[in-house]
Design a protein around this ligand. Structure first.
Ligand code: GLA
Length: 412
């Protein structure tokens, strides 16, 4: 059982959000405790959920994520030595990145996200100053909400700030993606880093992963919100299956004789895939269908047709489960329960979000009924699995930004 924000014990409850101002104050105080001085710079980068357009970013497809109001926060001040000294408040662990040598992968593992970004700046010919830097976060680590992209983008944002640079947004996101490829060994697409950089309050982001164009999709209707349901499990499979899916998509494009699946049509697939391995055919079918669903969902969001968006989300989940094979029983269970609560209970749609094999589902819900939906959904999930899910709601939030020094009074 989990204690709700009001202190009562019962069904799993929604986690209360801390305001950004409170998170910044807490990070600044943690910095002062650790380094015995006030930070000179503060920056934050949000995590993301993907509303629709899953496993298509590395196929040049269309995705529609949004930034959430869960962040990585960084605080820093200058030091004279040519080194970036890092303390992670979350892991209670130190790391140091010497600036006079080539930047390489190292320990602890989480430091590689920062190392990769620092390396990217050095590759651009930037001379970086020495820093002491603290990391804090309220994003669940490894929960599929892009905590790693947020860590990379926060690093880039604070390096820009401390070194008086203003890296153009697309370059910044691509530099962070490269850090993930080369220093974390994950051949990810561009969605997570773009969402963290370009997030905009009250807007979903329609991202064209081929042209890198980001189109905000306004969502000013506050009667709907996004419920994030973390299954709190992660299957190890994810790390080996992700590169495999990417390779299978590339193979499908090659068999079709095109640069990427972005250009493929269902007819083309039907005509040419007769003798393909079943898995390759299924992967391509998912990607082609998912890009079409994303395009359609963007139109429906603009028209306020949440019922229609919800149907597309369920279809997206089915396709990820059956054709792309990246779901798992816990994610499927959440989606099934959400469907059973249904429109009458305040749920428009639900699907897994992110890479899959565990992590989170998102549901679009009637904002007034979010708590009731969470109680029912969380309670039934816990009842069937014995796992307490973590749940919170978020509206679309702003992207990475430098922050003002805390305006709030210190905690007494
Ligand atoms: C992970 C990757 C993204 C994207 C999603 C699946 O989050 O980092 O680039 O491929 O999986 O949509």
């Amino acid at each position: 059982m989990q204690t709700s924000s009001t202190g009562s014990v019962g069904a799993p409850a929604l986690l209360a959000a801390r305001s950004l101002a409170v998170k910044v104050r807490d990070a600044a105080e943690a910095f002062a405790r650790r380094f015995r001085c006030a930070p000179s710079w503060l920056a934050c980068a949000p995590g993301r959920i993907n509303v629709i357009g899953e496993h298509v970013d590395y196929c040049d497809g269309l995705v529609m994520p949004m930034a959430i109001d869960r962040h990585v926060i960084m605080a820093a001040s200058p030091i004279t030595e040519p080194v970036i000294k890092i303390f992670s408040e979350v892991n209670c662990e130190d790391a140091a990145v010497p600036l006079e040598r080539t930047i390489e992968r190292g320990q602890p593992a989480w430091s590689n996200y920062l190392r990769g970004v620092i390396h990217g700046y050095r590759e651009r010919g930037e001379t970086l100053r020495g820093l002491q830097l603290l990391i804090d976060t309220d994003l669940p680590i490894g929960g599929g909400l892009s905590s790693s992209a947020a860590l990379e983008v926060a690093t880039a944002t604070i390096l820009d700030l401390a070194n008086q640079r203003q890296t153009p947004q697309v370059e910044k996101a691509l530099l962070c993606q490269r850090a993930e490829h080369d220093f974390a060994g994950v051949p990810c697409g561009i969605m997570d880093q773009f969402a963290s950089v370009f997030g905009r309050e009250n807007n979903l982001l329609l991202i064209d992963c081929r042209s890198h164009e980001v189109t905000p999709v306004p969502l000013h209707d506050h009667s709907v919100t996004f419920l994030v349901i973390n299954t709190n499990i992660r299957h190890n499979l994810g790390s080996s299956e992700y590169p495999l899916r990417r390779a299978q998509c590339e193979e499908a494009a090659q068999l079709l004789g095109i640069a990427s699946l972005r250009n493929a049509t269902p007819t083309q697939l039907d005509e040419k895939s007769g003798d393909w391995p079943e898995a390759i055919k299924k992967r391509a079918r998912h990607v082609i269908g998912e890009i079409a669903r994303t395009r359609r969902a963007a139109d429906l969001v603009q028209g306020g047709d949440w019922h229609g968006v919800g149907e597309l989300m369920y279809a997206s989940h089915d396709s990820l489960r059956d054709d792309f094979e990246v779901s798992c029983s816990e994610l499927d269970l959440v989606v099934r329960i959400a469907g059973e609560i249904g429109l009458d209970g305040g749920v428009f749609g639900c699907r897994m979000t992110g890479g899959g094999f565990g992590g989170c589902c998102i549901a679009v819900v009637d904002a007034r009924r979010a708590e009731a939906v969470a109680a029912t959904l969380g309670g039934r999930y816990q009842g069937e699995t014995g796992i307490v899910p973590t749940m919170f709601v978020s509206r679309p939030a702003a992207g990475a930004t430098p922050l003002e020094l805390p305006l709030l009074p210190p905690k007494s």
